[in-house]
Design a protein around this ligand. Structure first.
Ligand SMILES: *Cc1c(COP(=O)(O)O)cnc(C)c1O
Length: 419
């Protein structure tokens, strides 16, 4: 596959890629609307048929008939651990090192607070200015709450990260795969550098989990968080997840010390005692219906090796990138993702001065990617249900939209709330 000349392929060649795709059968597990070229599974994964069935069961049987008894009888109370165990396999962790709970933002708050508590004499959090804003906002909030002069040190270029690590740094907090460009950080190397200066690491896996192989234990990562509704297809606002390295679980504590993180929640003690292990990172009652949806969606990964997923993801991205560059030369698009496939996650991003309007025009033609301010056209390639012909056809539509200038129409230039 690496030697394929993707720019020179005709549609019939691309159809042959689909016919020979070992993962092609997985698309049938999902509801993908007819005629839609959906390249936005990195923002919201589609609904799997088994999710609809599972949510129906959770509502119509477990809740409607089982009522309170379902906490035990339907295993609701174990969902955060059970779902966490399924995610653990995808991110290179032991089952008992991951829980599904809360949102990514809230989980970041918990692990960042835990990491800072483990290094009380250090005051600096290192991250990237281009990190996903909520990660930076949560860090700002923690720094103000800690009230002991904590400082957020932001680098503008990934190459500056090693130099930003010194003996004042408590935590290196990075998103493993950039949501804007798709650049993959070398998790093992940066974790080792952080550890060499005595700092802990937090990895945000929002664009990694379910998208490419991740090896948290192999990289010796300390904490990680990630998202349930992107590549894991858990549904809008699905529970997020949280990882704590086994060696830290007995020492790490977090301030959102709700009863689900208590050693004995149903003892109703008046004082807080953290549960053993990862459970102390739970807070309150899980959202059972959305947790059930995520649980069912994760079963699709049972039949999938992450290495096979990655092979197809790389090929989809290479095909799209090559086709766009071959067709859209001189039409204002410039690649902002890394050109080298091994440094790029499961997405391809291009800059265009009128990216917002161009994306609206693409969506009107049923090619759904997304716009990221100020000028990025972002396309996610999710191998579970995306076909090679989808990537090929999307590049052709992009050429039509750019060459015709149809994106200049007024209706494509009105900003909506969610981009
Ligand atoms: C999508 C995303 C989030 C989302 O956080 P929520 O709390 O679910 O809104 C956080 N971090 C990164 C890097 C993301 O890409």
């Amino acid at each position: 596959m690496t030697t394929t000349n993707f720019a020179g392929l005709a549609r019939a060649d691309v159809e042959a890629l689909d016919a020979n795709d070992p993962l092609r059968g997985l698309r049938d597990a999902f509801h993908v609307p007819d005629g839609l070229l959906y390249l936005d599974g990195n923002s919201l994964g589609p609904m799997a048929h088994r999710v609809r069935e599972r949510v129906r069961k959770a509502v119509e049987q477990e809740w409607a008939d089982g009522l309170i008894g379902s906490w035990n009888d339907a295993g609701w109370v174990d969902l955060p651990r059970r779902v966490g165990g399924k995610i653990a396999r995808l991110v290179g962790a032991q089952a008992r090192s991951v829980v599904a709970t809360d949102s990514t933002s809230v989980n970041l708050f918990k692990v960042l607070a835990a990491a800072l508590q483990l290094s009380p004499e250090r005051r600096v959090i290192v991250s990237e200015r281009s990190n996903f804003p909520t990660d930076l906002y949560m860090a700002e909030g923690i720094a103000s709450l800690a009230g002991r002069g904590h400082e957020l040190r932001l680098v503008d270029d990934p190459a500056e990260i090693p130099a930003a690590l010194d003996e004042r740094v408590a935590v290196l907090m990075l998103t493993h795969v950039s949501y804007r460009t798709g650049l993959i950080h070398d998790m093992a190397d940066l974790t080792r550098r952080a550890h060499d200066c005595g700092a802990l690491t937090i990895w945000d896996l929002a664009h990694s989990a379910g998208a490419l192989p991740v090896d948290l234990e192999g990289a010796d990562a300390d904490f990680a968080i990630g998202c349930g509704y992107k590549y894991l297809n858990g549904g809008p606002g699905a529970p997020a997840f949280l990882y704590v390295a086994p060696g830290l679980q007995a020492r790490a504590t977090q301030p959102l010390s709700g009863w689900f993180g208590h050693a004995a929640p149903f003892a109703f003690d008046s004082g807080y005692r953290p549960a053993d292990g990862i459970d102390r990172f739970l807070t309150g009652t899980p959202g059972v219906i959305s947790m059930s949806a995520l649980d069912a969606a994760l079963d699709i990964f049972d039949a999938v090796e992450m290495a096979a997923l990655r092979t197809k993801s790389v090929a989809l991205c290479e095909l799209f990138l090559a086709q766009v560059e071959a067709r859209c030369r001189g039409l204002g698009v410039a690649l902002v993702s890394p050109r080298e496939a091994d440094r790029r996650g499961s997405q391809v991003s291009f800059a265009h001065p009128n990216a917002y309007a161009v994306m609206q025009a693409l969506i009107a033609r049923r090619v759904v990617g997304d716009f990221r301010a100020p000028d990025i056209l972002r396309f996610g390639f999710t191998p579970l249900y995306t076909r090679y012909t989808d990537a090929f056809d999307a590049a052709a539509v992009m050429h039509e939209v750019l060459a015709s200038g149809e994106w200049e129409r007024p209706e494509f230039n009105v900003r909506r709330a969610v981009t």
